[in-house]
Design a protein around this ligand. Sequence first.
Ligand code: FES
Length: 84
Amino acid sequence: MPDSSLLSLLKGKRVPVATSCGLGSCGSDMVLVLNGAENLTPIGTTEARTLAEMEAPANARLACMARLTDGDIELEVPEDSLQV
Ligand code: FES
């Protein structure tokens, strides 16, 4: 579904991604992009700052901030990003 946040897409697939702020500042919903990064919106200032503070891998995105614009995406949801 184009122009949907990764968070909405994951929740739609019943993946229990942890969320808190919904604003790109808490980092609880970090996911790893395995394929299709070109199909996501660019990283904005807040998301980039949060990922840098987390020392996240280069392929990390915040599910609440990244939106799928077109095509397909393959993600890995780290265990720390799942609700328990
Ligand atoms: S829910 Fe806080 S960064 Fe996405």
